[in-house]
Design a protein around this ligand. Sequence first.
Ligand code: HEM
Ligand SMILES: *[C@@H]1O[C@H](CO)[C@@H](O)[C@H](O)[C@H]1NC(C)=O
Ligand SMILES: *[C@@H]1O[C@H](CO)[C@@H](O)[C@H](O)[C@H]1NC(C)=O
Ligand SMILES: *[C@@H]1O[C@H](CO)[C@@H](O)[C@H](O)[C@H]1NC(C)=O
Ligand SMILES: *[C@@H]1O[C@H](CO)[C@@H](O)[C@H](O)[C@H]1NC(C)=O
Ligand SMILES: *[C@@H]1O[C@H](CO)[C@@H](O)[C@H](O)[C@H]1NC(C)=O
Ligand SMILES: *[C@@H]1O[C@H](CO)[C@@H](O)[C@H](O)[C@H]1NC(C)=O
Ligand SMILES: *[C@@H]1O[C@H](CO)[C@@H](O)[C@H](O)[C@H]1NC(C)=O
Ligand SMILES: *[C@@H]1O[C@H](CO)[C@@H](O)[C@H](O)[C@H]1NC(C)=O
Length: 547
Amino acid sequence: MKMIFSRLPIFNLLHFLAPASSTFFYPTVQSSLLEHILVDTHGAHASDFIDAITPCTNYVSGSQTLGRITSAQWIRVAFHDFVTADVAAGTGGLDASIGFETLRGENSGSAMNDSLGFFRPRVNSKIATADFIALSVVMSVGNCGGPQIPLRGGRVDAIAAGASGVPAADSSLEETLGFFGGAGFNKVDSIGLTACGHTMGNVHHKGFPTVVGAETVSANNTGGGVHFDSTVATFDSLVVHEYLNGTGNRGGPLVTSFNVSSRSDLRLYESDNNATMAGLATHSNVFFDTCVDLFQRMLNTVPTGVVLSDVIKPMPVKPINATLDFDNDGNLIFTGYIRVSSMSYIISDQIAYSHQTLAPGTSAAPQSLTLTTSLNEQGLHLSPESETGSSIFGSTTFFPFNTQISKPEAFTSFTVSGPGISSQSFPVQSGAFVVPSLTTVTATNITTATIRFSVATRQGSGGYVSRMMKRDGAKAPNISIQAPVAQEGTLGPKIEAFNNVAVAGVGQKAGYDVWEGSVIVYDWTLGPLSISVLDGKGAEVDVAMVN
Ligand code: HEM
Ligand SMILES: *[C@@H]1O[C@H](CO)[C@@H](O)[C@H](O)[C@H]1NC(C)=O
Ligand SMILES: *[C@@H]1O[C@H](CO)[C@@H](O)[C@H](O)[C@H]1NC(C)=O
Ligand SMILES: *[C@@H]1O[C@H](CO)[C@@H](O)[C@H](O)[C@H]1NC(C)=O
Ligand SMILES: *[C@@H]1O[C@H](CO)[C@@H](O)[C@H](O)[C@H]1NC(C)=O
Ligand SMILES: *[C@@H]1O[C@H](CO)[C@@H](O)[C@H](O)[C@H]1NC(C)=O
Ligand SMILES: *[C@@H]1O[C@H](CO)[C@@H](O)[C@H](O)[C@H]1NC(C)=O
Ligand SMILES: *[C@@H]1O[C@H](CO)[C@@H](O)[C@H](O)[C@H]1NC(C)=O
Ligand SMILES: *[C@@H]1O[C@H](CO)[C@@H](O)[C@H](O)[C@H]1NC(C)=O
């Protein structure tokens, strides 16, 4: 359990964790958060998610001498979660049910709880554990030498264990193909998916003694890991070449095991006389394109009724932490950053990503931007921060902004323009918002959080926040708070909703009524909490993610 808290500083009781963050997310909260993890990998304002797989040989859940690597574990977890799908019945697939299934023999090894333990303090009401499983595969492949797999969000976590049926090293070919078939993968697909999966990582003596022998255990490989190919932490086609040529690791332990019954990869790969493997070896593009296609199908196999989002594309111009707030003098202000990306990365042509550039011939970010609001066409001149970021998609530059809003009822959008970028407008609603500077999360102890929030509702803005509760003689907003909390039997959190949270009016600022409330969350798993202001139909008017 220790690793769960490893990203936090030393824990103090009553420690003030962080102020609240953003309210306006573009294009959606979920898409904005996923895009952030994908694109903001290095430098300023980076997400720390990628650190777990940097370098790609890193093991984030324990000693580096165990012979385990996180990037490969993430890929294996996705396969085990997915392959028990029954696509005919519309059940199972990428739904994080794997978290409830770690004690099954077919899920032996530390990968499942290592990975879910890493995702646990990140899971929130907008990004389920199952989305983190998908994201982690995209990150491992894309950042460890492989192609960019299009990512969609919107997966829904199972609330209990699902069906069994993961192929094992000693499964017969028929049984193995039966499991894959249930998940919608035919023989050619199964060979391809397995070769794509078995280009990274190890088979370990600890966990799989009937596949690899005890002689593999040494002082700097205490788990006895044996690589599938000679580039254990690179997503490449080498496993296919080494298998066909009998060179290097010759396809890995599931081909070469001393124990004939444990040679599941050999049985699978030669089940069509090596034709599929030979096809994958013709050109590295064939291997990459096949893997992108099959991994995408694996990640997008979800239960009937789950609707996935559009592909998350890197945004050339992205408002970050854009929010309304009050300054110390009680004025209404609009603050945040505009992130501009160079997007020089060429994305595989068969993939749904478009190759986005700022403008033809432009590779660097502009030195200035102009931000105009629907109120003020004169424009706010923005200069970049000295900090920049970078990722496989190119570099990013951050332009902070902070502008006073005098007529909020007329503030309905803002437009960003600058040399070399096509101007873009983003909608805004100013009817009601969570006030970031007056919202805090305090941890009483390691699993208990107290959220004290403030919400502002514009006087006379009933059109935005309708059917509000009458309280204190004024119309109080309808607040829902969603918190990731522990559940029995899995490290994957569930989301606890606090609806109709009581609020009290505490005064007025800049033409807004200000309301306060608080909620105590028990069994908190440390992930971001969402505070939503709802309209009369229960739709979110504003959301703040805080932790
Ligand atoms: C015939 C089907 C398969 C069988 C029998 C099988 C079996 C195994 C076994 C026994 C291990 C060793 C685990 C450990 O020692 O911790 C392993 C590792 C792995 N498998 Fe598979 N596998 C199959 C298909 C797949 C597929 C389709 C994928 C991905 C799409 C995949 C991804 C991985 C990865 C990445 C590892 C390395 C994990 C690590 O280094 O911790 N496998 N597999
Ligand atoms: C946005 O807010 C979050 C939460 O406060 C913070 O972690 C992040 O660094 C902020 N992003 C930027 C670009 O300032
Ligand atoms: C070979 O694998 C089979 C199936 O897992 C197992 O029953 C048997 O004990 C193994 N043999 C050795 C020598 O490890
Ligand atoms: C592991 O240890 C062996 C012997 O102690 C040494 O020869 C080898 O270079 C080490 N390998 C790594 C990767 O540190
Ligand atoms: C086998 O190795 C030879 C020589 O290194 C190489 O030219 C050939 O491309 C390899 N074949 C496959 C299928 O990897
Ligand atoms: C498939 O290729 C492997 C590795 O080169 C070889 O050992 C095996 O005999 C081949 N099987 C068939 C049926 O061609
Ligand atoms: C944290 O505090 C809450 C409320 O006082 C209590 O119910 C809970 O048992 C405590 N948990 C731990 C881990 O100390
Ligand atoms: C994984 O974690 C869950 C939840 O804490 C626990 O019930 C399960 O026993 C763990 N599995 C393994 C293999 O340790
Ligand atoms: C507040 O929102 C909840 C959904 O969280 C809804 O069930 C309830 O009817 C709303 N209350 C009012 C007074 O609009």
